[in-house]
Design a protein around this ligand. Structure first.
Ligand code: SAM
Length: 279
Protein backbone atom coordinates (compact mmCIF):
# COMPACT_ATOMS: atom_id res chain seq x y z
CA UNK A 1 0.00 0.00 0.00
CA UNK A 2 1.30 3.53 -0.70
CA UNK A 3 3.36 4.92 2.19
CA UNK A 4 0.98 7.81 2.87
CA UNK A 5 -1.85 5.38 3.65
CA UNK A 6 -2.24 4.41 7.30
CA UNK A 7 -2.03 0.75 8.27
CA UNK A 8 -5.53 -0.60 8.81
CA UNK A 9 -7.49 -3.81 8.99
CA UNK A 10 -10.03 -4.18 6.19
CA UNK A 11 -12.91 -6.60 6.77
CA UNK A 12 -13.87 -7.60 3.26
CA UNK A 13 -17.06 -9.52 2.43
CA UNK A 14 -16.65 -11.97 -0.45
CA UNK A 15 -19.26 -13.83 -2.58
CA UNK A 16 -21.38 -16.62 -1.12
CA UNK A 17 -21.64 -18.30 -4.51
CA UNK A 18 -21.93 -15.97 -7.48
CA UNK A 19 -18.53 -14.37 -8.07
CA UNK A 20 -20.08 -11.36 -9.83
CA UNK A 21 -21.27 -10.19 -6.45
CA UNK A 22 -17.84 -8.99 -5.37
CA UNK A 23 -17.79 -5.20 -5.38
CA UNK A 24 -15.28 -3.05 -7.28
CA UNK A 25 -14.27 -1.57 -3.94
CA UNK A 26 -13.57 -5.03 -2.49
CA UNK A 27 -11.40 -5.89 -5.50
CA UNK A 28 -9.53 -2.61 -5.17
CA UNK A 29 -8.82 -3.20 -1.48
CA UNK A 30 -7.75 -6.82 -2.03
CA UNK A 31 -5.38 -5.62 -4.74
CA UNK A 32 -3.93 -2.75 -2.72
CA UNK A 33 -3.41 -4.18 0.76
CA UNK A 34 -0.04 -5.68 1.64
CA UNK A 35 -1.45 -8.94 2.96
CA UNK A 36 -4.73 -10.85 2.76
CA UNK A 37 -5.46 -12.98 5.81
CA UNK A 38 -7.69 -15.87 4.71
CA UNK A 39 -9.76 -18.36 6.65
CA UNK A 40 -8.44 -20.94 4.18
CA UNK A 41 -5.77 -19.82 1.73
CA UNK A 42 -6.59 -22.57 -0.78
CA UNK A 43 -10.27 -21.61 -0.97
CA UNK A 44 -9.51 -17.91 -1.26
CA UNK A 45 -6.81 -18.51 -3.86
CA UNK A 46 -9.54 -19.61 -6.30
CA UNK A 47 -11.34 -16.29 -5.84
CA UNK A 48 -8.15 -14.24 -6.02
CA UNK A 49 -6.89 -16.06 -9.13
CA UNK A 50 -10.26 -15.53 -10.82
CA UNK A 51 -9.82 -11.77 -10.36
CA UNK A 52 -6.07 -11.91 -11.08
CA UNK A 53 -5.16 -10.59 -7.65
CA UNK A 54 -1.63 -11.50 -6.71
CA UNK A 55 -1.52 -10.03 -3.18
CA UNK A 56 0.33 -12.13 -0.62
CA UNK A 57 -1.98 -14.38 1.44
CA UNK A 58 -1.55 -15.77 4.93
CA UNK A 59 -3.79 -18.14 6.83
CA UNK A 60 -6.05 -16.95 9.62
CA UNK A 61 -8.32 -19.51 11.17
CA UNK A 62 -10.07 -20.66 14.32
CA UNK A 63 -7.51 -23.24 15.36
CA UNK A 64 -4.70 -20.79 15.89
CA UNK A 65 -6.68 -17.57 16.10
CA UNK A 66 -4.67 -16.13 18.98
CA UNK A 67 -1.35 -16.75 17.26
CA UNK A 68 -2.67 -15.49 13.91
CA UNK A 69 -4.01 -12.34 15.56
CA UNK A 70 -0.58 -11.66 17.06
CA UNK A 71 1.01 -12.03 13.64
CA UNK A 72 -1.46 -9.61 12.07
CA UNK A 73 -1.00 -7.02 14.83
CA UNK A 74 2.74 -7.23 14.16
CA UNK A 75 2.14 -6.53 10.47
CA UNK A 76 -0.03 -3.51 11.33
CA UNK A 77 2.65 -2.24 13.72
CA UNK A 78 5.15 -2.49 10.87
CA UNK A 79 2.86 -0.21 8.82
CA UNK A 80 1.32 -2.89 6.61
CA UNK A 81 -2.34 -2.99 5.68
CA UNK A 82 -4.23 -6.22 6.05
CA UNK A 83 -7.52 -7.47 4.61
CA UNK A 84 -9.36 -10.26 6.40
CA UNK A 85 -11.57 -12.52 4.31
CA UNK A 86 -13.43 -15.75 5.03
CA UNK A 87 -14.35 -18.57 2.65
CA UNK A 88 -17.64 -16.81 1.88
CA UNK A 89 -19.64 -13.78 2.96
CA UNK A 90 -18.59 -11.62 5.87
CA UNK A 91 -15.64 -12.55 8.03
CA UNK A 92 -16.71 -12.90 11.71
CA UNK A 93 -20.25 -13.98 10.77
CA UNK A 94 -20.14 -17.65 11.79
CA UNK A 95 -16.52 -17.35 10.72
CA UNK A 96 -13.25 -16.39 12.44
CA UNK A 97 -12.11 -12.84 13.12
CA UNK A 98 -13.78 -11.68 16.34
CA UNK A 99 -10.65 -12.07 18.43
CA UNK A 100 -8.55 -10.23 15.86
CA UNK A 101 -10.97 -7.31 15.61
CA UNK A 102 -10.88 -6.86 19.38
CA UNK A 103 -7.08 -6.91 19.48
CA UNK A 104 -6.91 -4.41 16.61
CA UNK A 105 -9.38 -2.10 18.40
CA UNK A 106 -7.31 -2.37 21.56
CA UNK A 107 -4.13 -1.45 19.69
CA UNK A 108 -5.90 1.57 18.16
CA UNK A 109 -5.64 0.72 14.46
CA UNK A 110 -8.43 1.61 12.04
CA UNK A 111 -10.92 -1.03 10.98
CA UNK A 112 -12.68 -0.55 7.67
CA UNK A 113 -15.56 -2.76 6.50
CA UNK A 114 -16.09 -3.43 2.82
CA UNK A 115 -19.75 -4.39 2.27
CA UNK A 116 -20.86 -7.44 0.38
CA UNK A 117 -22.98 -10.59 0.41
CA UNK A 118 -24.21 -12.38 3.52
CA UNK A 119 -26.26 -15.59 3.41
CA UNK A 120 -28.45 -14.66 6.40
CA UNK A 121 -29.63 -11.34 4.97
CA UNK A 122 -30.18 -12.69 1.46
CA UNK A 123 -32.37 -15.44 2.94
CA UNK A 124 -34.22 -13.11 5.31
CA UNK A 125 -35.36 -10.56 2.77
CA UNK A 126 -36.80 -13.23 0.45
CA UNK A 127 -38.24 -15.48 3.17
CA UNK A 128 -41.60 -13.74 3.49
CA UNK A 129 -41.13 -13.65 7.28
CA UNK A 130 -41.13 -10.36 9.23
CA UNK A 131 -37.95 -8.36 8.68
CA UNK A 132 -38.52 -5.50 11.13
CA UNK A 133 -36.94 -7.41 14.01
CA UNK A 134 -34.84 -10.50 13.53
CA UNK A 135 -32.34 -12.57 15.43
CA UNK A 136 -29.33 -14.07 13.73
CA UNK A 137 -28.36 -17.21 15.63
CA UNK A 138 -25.89 -18.86 13.26
CA UNK A 139 -25.21 -22.56 13.89
CA UNK A 140 -26.99 -24.47 16.63
CA UNK A 141 -24.90 -26.84 18.73
CA UNK A 142 -24.13 -30.09 16.91
CA UNK A 143 -25.41 -32.14 19.89
CA UNK A 144 -29.21 -32.53 19.78
CA UNK A 145 -29.58 -32.13 23.56
CA UNK A 146 -27.69 -28.83 23.47
CA UNK A 147 -29.52 -27.65 20.34
CA UNK A 148 -32.85 -28.35 22.09
CA UNK A 149 -31.78 -26.17 25.03
CA UNK A 150 -30.76 -23.39 22.66
CA UNK A 151 -34.11 -23.54 20.85
CA UNK A 152 -35.99 -23.55 24.14
CA UNK A 153 -34.22 -20.31 25.10
CA UNK A 154 -35.45 -18.74 21.84
CA UNK A 155 -39.00 -20.09 22.01
CA UNK A 156 -40.72 -17.01 23.44
CA UNK A 157 -38.85 -14.34 21.47
CA UNK A 158 -41.01 -12.47 18.96
CA UNK A 159 -38.29 -12.13 16.31
CA UNK A 160 -37.73 -13.98 13.04
CA UNK A 161 -34.87 -16.36 13.76
CA UNK A 162 -32.08 -17.13 11.31
CA UNK A 163 -29.99 -20.30 11.54
CA UNK A 164 -27.14 -21.62 9.46
CA UNK A 165 -27.27 -25.37 9.04
CA UNK A 166 -25.33 -28.16 7.36
CA UNK A 167 -27.21 -30.42 4.93
CA UNK A 168 -26.51 -33.60 6.94
CA UNK A 169 -28.16 -32.09 10.03
CA UNK A 170 -31.07 -30.18 8.53
CA UNK A 171 -33.70 -32.93 8.85
CA UNK A 172 -32.93 -33.41 12.55
CA UNK A 173 -32.95 -29.67 13.16
CA UNK A 174 -36.31 -29.21 11.44
CA UNK A 175 -37.83 -32.03 13.52
CA UNK A 176 -36.39 -30.57 16.71
CA UNK A 177 -37.61 -27.06 15.86
CA UNK A 178 -41.12 -28.42 15.21
CA UNK A 179 -41.06 -30.15 18.60
CA UNK A 180 -39.89 -27.06 20.51
CA UNK A 181 -41.66 -24.24 18.62
CA UNK A 182 -44.77 -25.99 17.33
CA UNK A 183 -45.87 -25.62 13.72
CA UNK A 184 -44.65 -22.10 12.98
CA UNK A 185 -44.07 -20.52 9.58
CA UNK A 186 -40.58 -21.16 8.26
CA UNK A 187 -38.40 -20.90 5.19
CA UNK A 188 -35.45 -22.89 4.00
CA UNK A 189 -33.20 -21.01 1.58
CA UNK A 190 -30.75 -23.14 -0.42
CA UNK A 191 -27.76 -22.40 -2.61
CA UNK A 192 -28.23 -18.64 -2.53
CA UNK A 193 -26.87 -16.67 -5.49
CA UNK A 194 -25.97 -19.96 -7.20
CA UNK A 195 -27.50 -21.75 -10.19
CA UNK A 196 -29.86 -23.88 -8.10
CA UNK A 197 -30.99 -21.20 -5.64
CA UNK A 198 -34.25 -22.35 -4.09
CA UNK A 199 -36.67 -21.27 -1.36
CA UNK A 200 -39.03 -23.62 0.46
CA UNK A 201 -41.65 -21.57 2.27
CA UNK A 202 -44.31 -23.12 4.49
CA UNK A 203 -44.66 -24.35 8.04
CA UNK A 204 -42.13 -26.41 9.97
CA UNK A 205 -44.22 -29.57 9.55
CA UNK A 206 -44.28 -29.01 5.78
CA UNK A 207 -40.51 -28.46 5.68
CA UNK A 208 -40.11 -31.70 7.66
CA UNK A 209 -41.46 -33.56 4.61
CA UNK A 210 -38.38 -32.55 2.57
CA UNK A 211 -35.64 -35.17 2.25
CA UNK A 212 -32.14 -35.44 0.81
CA UNK A 213 -31.57 -31.72 0.98
CA UNK A 214 -28.18 -30.81 -0.38
CA UNK A 215 -26.02 -27.73 -0.66
CA UNK A 216 -25.67 -24.73 1.61
CA UNK A 217 -28.74 -23.63 3.47
CA UNK A 218 -30.25 -21.08 5.82
CA UNK A 219 -33.26 -21.89 7.99
CA UNK A 220 -35.59 -19.09 9.06
CA UNK A 221 -38.35 -19.53 11.63
CA UNK A 222 -41.09 -17.13 12.60
CA UNK A 223 -40.82 -15.65 16.09
CA UNK A 224 -43.38 -16.22 18.86
CA UNK A 225 -46.66 -14.55 17.88
CA UNK A 226 -49.17 -12.85 20.19
CA UNK A 227 -51.71 -15.64 19.55
CA UNK A 228 -49.15 -18.28 20.49
CA UNK A 229 -48.29 -16.40 23.67
CA UNK A 230 -51.99 -16.08 24.59
CA UNK A 231 -52.56 -19.76 23.86
CA UNK A 232 -49.65 -20.81 26.06
CA UNK A 233 -50.97 -18.63 28.90
CA UNK A 234 -54.41 -20.19 28.54
CA UNK A 235 -52.84 -23.63 28.73
CA UNK A 236 -51.44 -22.71 32.16
CA UNK A 237 -54.80 -21.70 33.67
CA UNK A 238 -55.68 -25.22 34.96
CA UNK A 239 -52.44 -25.10 36.95
CA UNK A 240 -53.39 -21.70 38.40
CA UNK A 241 -56.84 -23.04 39.31
CA UNK A 242 -55.31 -26.02 41.05
CA UNK A 243 -53.33 -23.68 43.32
CA UNK A 244 -56.45 -21.58 43.95
CA UNK A 245 -58.25 -24.72 45.08
CA UNK A 246 -55.41 -25.35 47.50
CA UNK A 247 -56.18 -21.97 49.04
CA UNK A 248 -53.60 -19.66 47.43
CA UNK A 249 -54.56 -16.07 46.57
CA UNK A 250 -55.01 -15.43 42.85
CA UNK A 251 -51.91 -13.18 42.60
CA UNK A 252 -49.71 -15.72 44.40
CA UNK A 253 -51.02 -18.61 42.31
CA UNK A 254 -50.36 -16.67 39.09
CA UNK A 255 -46.87 -15.62 40.22
CA UNK A 256 -45.91 -19.16 41.13
CA UNK A 257 -47.08 -20.64 37.80
CA UNK A 258 -45.58 -17.76 35.79
CA UNK A 259 -42.23 -18.23 37.51
CA UNK A 260 -42.27 -22.00 36.98
CA UNK A 261 -43.00 -21.69 33.24
CA UNK A 262 -41.00 -18.50 32.66
CA UNK A 263 -43.98 -16.56 31.28
CA UNK A 264 -45.00 -12.97 32.03
CA UNK A 265 -46.85 -12.57 35.37
CA UNK A 266 -48.98 -9.78 33.95
CA UNK A 267 -49.84 -11.74 30.83
CA UNK A 268 -50.89 -14.78 32.85
CA UNK A 269 -52.85 -12.63 35.33
CA UNK A 270 -54.72 -10.96 32.45
CA UNK A 271 -55.49 -14.38 30.96
CA UNK A 272 -56.76 -15.49 34.38
CA UNK A 273 -59.02 -12.40 34.69
CA UNK A 274 -60.32 -12.84 31.13
CA UNK A 275 -61.10 -16.48 31.85
CA UNK A 276 -62.84 -15.59 35.12
CA UNK A 277 -64.99 -12.96 33.42
CA UNK A 278 -65.93 -15.47 30.72
CA UNK A 279 -67.34 -17.88 33.29
N1 SAM B 1 -19.66 -15.77 6.64
C1 SAM B 1 -20.77 -16.32 5.93
C2 SAM B 1 -21.86 -15.25 5.74
O1 SAM B 1 -21.58 -14.05 5.92
O2 SAM B 1 -22.98 -15.58 5.35
C3 SAM B 1 -21.30 -17.57 6.61
C4 SAM B 1 -20.25 -18.64 6.78
S1 SAM B 1 -20.79 -20.07 7.60
C5 SAM B 1 -19.28 -20.88 7.95
C6 SAM B 1 -21.40 -21.09 6.31
C7 SAM B 1 -22.91 -21.27 6.37
O3 SAM B 1 -23.54 -20.12 5.80
C8 SAM B 1 -23.41 -22.44 5.55
O4 SAM B 1 -23.38 -23.64 6.29
C9 SAM B 1 -24.84 -22.02 5.26
O5 SAM B 1 -25.67 -22.25 6.36
C10 SAM B 1 -24.67 -20.50 5.05
N2 SAM B 1 -24.40 -20.19 3.65
C11 SAM B 1 -23.25 -19.76 3.11
N3 SAM B 1 -23.39 -19.58 1.77
C12 SAM B 1 -24.65 -19.92 1.48
C13 SAM B 1 -25.41 -19.97 0.26
N4 SAM B 1 -24.87 -19.63 -0.89
N5 SAM B 1 -26.70 -20.36 0.33
C14 SAM B 1 -27.26 -20.70 1.51
N6 SAM B 1 -26.60 -20.68 2.66
C15 SAM B 1 -25.32 -20.30 2.65
Amino acid sequence: MSPNKKAALFLVATPIGNLSEISPRALEVLEEVDVIACEDTRTSQKLLSHFKIATKTISYHNFNEKESAKGIIKLLEEGESVALISDAGYPLISDPGYLLVNEVIEKGFDIITISGPNAALNALVASGLPTNHYLFYGFLNAKSSQARKQLEELKDLPYTMIFYEAPHRIEKTLALALEVFGDRKACLARELTKLHEQYYRGTLSELCLLHDLKGEMVLLIEGCTKEEEDASEEELLPEVNELLEKGLRAKDAVNEVAKKHKVSKNGLYNAYLKDKEGH
